[in-house]
Design a protein around this ligand. Structure first.
Ligand code: ADP
Length: 396
C-alpha cells in the first residue's frame, strides 16, 4: 500500500510517499514559497532528483504539481495517482475533539475549521492541503493526524490554567500541547529500546519550536506548550514562559495586540536575546567568536530547559528515560550536556564521552551505565508516525 504524507504550511508543502507496511520512503519532496514569483520545488526518489522553479500560485496547484512529479515517467515513484491508497495530513490543532488520527469526513473538516480560531496560522493551510488532495485523489483514504491528539490524556490539573474557570467553559482556554506526533514517536521508540512497553519517559523535542512532555505508561500527562505553541521552553523565535504582565505593560507603552503577538512569536527566543539568529548553529559559532549576546541566549535556553526537566522528573516520579530529539536535540551535544549539568542527584548520569561522540542525527544511549534515568538521543520521524496511522485506518 502506498501512503502519501502531507505537511501543508502557509507557504510550503512537505511530503513523503511511503510503501507500507515496509515503512520504506519511496519519494520525498518540498515545495516552498507558494504564492511567490519563484516557488521552489525539489523531489528525491530512487530514480533521481527533480528540481523546478516557477510560480505556484496556491496549494491546489502545488498538490497537482507534486502528483505530477510523483508520477513522472523518468524520475517519479508511481505509475499513476491511482496507486496512492491513502493520504495522511498533518493538522496542527484538533482541540479537545480529537484523541487520535481520524479518517476525514465533512464533520472532521468542520471541526478543523472551528479550531482555526485557536491556530489561525496553521489549520487554514492544513485544510487547503486536505481539499486539494480530496479533489485530486478522490479514491484515496484521507486521514488527519493532529499535533494535539497525543496530549488528550492530560489530567485537568495539567491542562487547566489558574484563571477564572468560565474562560475554559466559554472560550475553551486550556493547555492543548503540540508536537504530539513527535513525542509519541520517540516515546514509543524509547519503550522499545528499554524493552518496557509501560515505561515512564520525558521527551524533549528541540527544533525551531521546542517542547517537553512527561509520558506515563505511554500517555502524555504534562507538556510545556499550551493553548498555543508559544508557552514553555525558549524557542528559535518564541519566548516560551514569561510573566503575562509584560504584555499589559507593553500595551501601556503603545504596543497593539498584533504587535505583541509578532514580538513574542517571531522576534523573541534565541533570536530576540542574541539579536542575530534563531539558529542554534549560528549562535554556537558566534559564541565561539566571543559574541556575548549569543552566549547568554544559549545559556538561557539550556537553563530553562534544565528547570523544565527537573520539574517533569518531579511531576512524573519514577522515570525510566529522558529523550532528546528535533534538530537541536539530535545534533547538539553541548545543549544536551549544559541542560543536564547538575542533575546527577535527580538520577541523570550523563556519559560525556558518549554524548559528545554520538554521531549527529543518530540514535544513541548517552547516559552512564547504572544511570537511574537512561538518556537517549532518538531522531524523530513525524511523517512515519502519520504514515503508520494512515495505513492502520486505510486497512480498516
Ligand atoms: P523544525 O522545528 O523547523 O523542524 P529542526 O528540528 O530542523 O526544526 O531544528 C532546527 C534547529 O536545529 C536549529 O536551531 C538548528 O540550528 C538546529 N540544528 C540542526 N542541526 C544542528 C547541528 N548539527 N548542531 C546544532 N544545531 C543544529
Amino acid at each position: 500500500m502506498k501512503i502519501l504524507v502531507i505537511n501543508s504550511g502557509s507557504s510550503s508543502i512537505k511530503y513523503q510517499l511511503f510503501e507500507m507496511p515496509e515503512e520504506k520512503v519511496i519519494a520525498k519532496g518540498l515545495l516552498e514559497k507558494i504564492g511567490e514569483e519563484d516557488s521552489n520545488f525539489i523531489q528525491k526518489s530512487e530514480k533521481g532528483e527533480l528540481k523546478l522553479k516557477k510560480k505556484i500560485p496556491d496549494h491546489e496547484t502545488g498538490i497537482n504539481l507534486i502528483l505530477a512529479m510523483l508520477t513522472s515517467r523518468d524520475k517519479g515513484a508511481v505509475k499513476s495517482v491511482e496507486d496512492i491508497d491513502g493520504v495522511g495530513h498533518r493538522v496542527v490543532h484538533g482541540g479537545e475533539e480529537f484523541t487520535a488520527s481520524v479518517s476525514i469526513t465533512t464533520q472532521v473538516v468542520e471541526k478543523i475549521r472551528k479550531y482555526a480560531d485557536l491556530a489561525p496560522l496553521h489549520n487554514p493551510p492544513n485544510l487547503m492541503g486536505i481539499f486539494a488532495c480530496q479533489k485530486s485523489l478522490p479514491h484515496a483514504v484521507q486521514v488527519a493526524s493532529f499535533d494535539t491528539a497525543f496530549h488528550h490524556s492530560l489530567p485537568p490539573k495539567a491542562y487547566l490554567y489558574p484563571i477564572p474557570y468560565e474562560m475554559y467553559k466559554k472560550y475553551e482556554i486550556r493547555k492543548y500541547g503540540f508536537h504530539g506526533t513527535s513525542h509519541l514517536y520517540v516515546a514509543k521508540r524509547a519503550a522499545v529500546l528499554l524493552n518496557k512497553p509501560d515505561a515512564n519517559v520525558i521527551t524533549c523535542h528541540l527544533g525551531n519550536g521546542c517542547s517537553i512532555t512527561a509520558i506515563e505508561k505511554g500517555f502524555s500527562v504534562d507538556t510545556s506548550m499550551g493553548l498555543t505553541p508559544l508557552e514553555g521552553l525558549v524557542m528559535g523565535t518564541r519566548c516560551g514562559d514569561i510573566d503575562p504582565a509584560i504584555t499589559f505593560h507593553l500595551m501601556g507603552k503603545g504596543y497593539s495586540g498584533e504587535e505583541l503577538n509578532n514580538l513574542l512569536n517571531k522576534k523573541s527566543g534565541l533570536l530576540g536575546i542574541s539579536g542575530s539568529s534563531n539558529d542554534m548553529r549560528n549562535l554556537i559559532a558566534a559564541q565561539e567568536n566571543g559574541d556575548e549576546r549569543a552566549k547568554i541566549a544559549i545559556d538561557i535556553f539550556c537553563y530553562r530547559l534544565k528547570k523544565y526537566i527537573g520539574s517533569y522528573l518531579a511531576a512524573l516520579g519514577p522515570t525510566d528515560a529522558l529523550v532528546f530529539t528535533g534538530g537541536i536535540g539530535e545534533n547538539n551535544a553541548m545543549v544536551r550536556q549544559e541542560s543536564l549539568k547538575g542533575l546527577e542527584q535527580l538520577g541523570i548520569w550523563l556519559d560525556e564521552q558518549a554524548n559528545s561522540g554520538n554521531p549527529p542525527g543518530q540514535e544513541g544511549l548517552i547516559s552512564k551505565e547504572g544511570s537511574p534515568v537512561k538518556v537517549f538521543v532518538i531522531p524523530t520521524n513525524e511523517e512515519l508516525q502519520i504514515a503508520r496511522d494512515t495505513f492502520a485506518i486505510a486497512q480498516k
